[in-house]
Design a protein around this ligand. Sequence first.
Ligand SMILES: [Zn+2]
Ligand SMILES: [Zn+2]
Length: 236
Amino acid sequence: MKVFSSFPDFLLYALRGQVVSANTKFRKKVTPQHRRRSAFYAPCSISFIVNLPVMILSYPVFRWMGLKTSLPLPHWSVIFSQIIFYFILEDFVFYWGHRVLHTKWLYKHVHSVHHEYATPFGLTSEYAHPAEILFLGFATIVGPALTGPHLFTLWLWMVLRVLETVEAHSGYHFPWSPSNFLPLYGGAEFHDFHHRALYTKSGNYSSTFTYMDRIFGTDADYWKLKTLESNRGKAL
Ligand SMILES: [Zn+2]
Ligand SMILES: [Zn+2]
């Protein structure tokens, strides 16, 4: 078993696609080399072709909306409350956007790209159709767009959001991960289920938390499976 000395060590390992399943009984295979390579080059290309122009073009818009770049930095309580607001809003918008992507036509022509990896690892969090990157990227920027934060807060939010999605796709649930302190956090096991199931029955559509799926009943199959697993564990 691979032992990680720190969270960054794990992230690097997960990003390289070396991850085998640790938290489920369903994934025992290492992703083949050529598949890992494509999961690396595709997000890199998309970052240059889609993300970079969007970032450059959106900068004047953010400035117009009140983005600040000068010192002093905002008080930590402002940064903290804005980041929490962004996580909650992103999760809400992402949930509905993701559900729309699971309708027949959009899944077939757009979202199936992200689902090519039934056993995801870190880099596959960014492996998606360019249209999906643009569509779900809206969930990430809507919070900052509404509040006009400091540039520091914006970048901190982006870093935390990427770390969160890499962890959700890593295939690992670590007891020492800082995300465990977030109430109602979904994590890798929760999102793994989404990648394993058929597109019509996926469920677990949220990006960060579990409560949206709980409210709308889209996590029912996941909890059924968890109950089965725990009953099987007790019977052994
Ligand atoms: Zn999906
Ligand atoms: Zn995913």
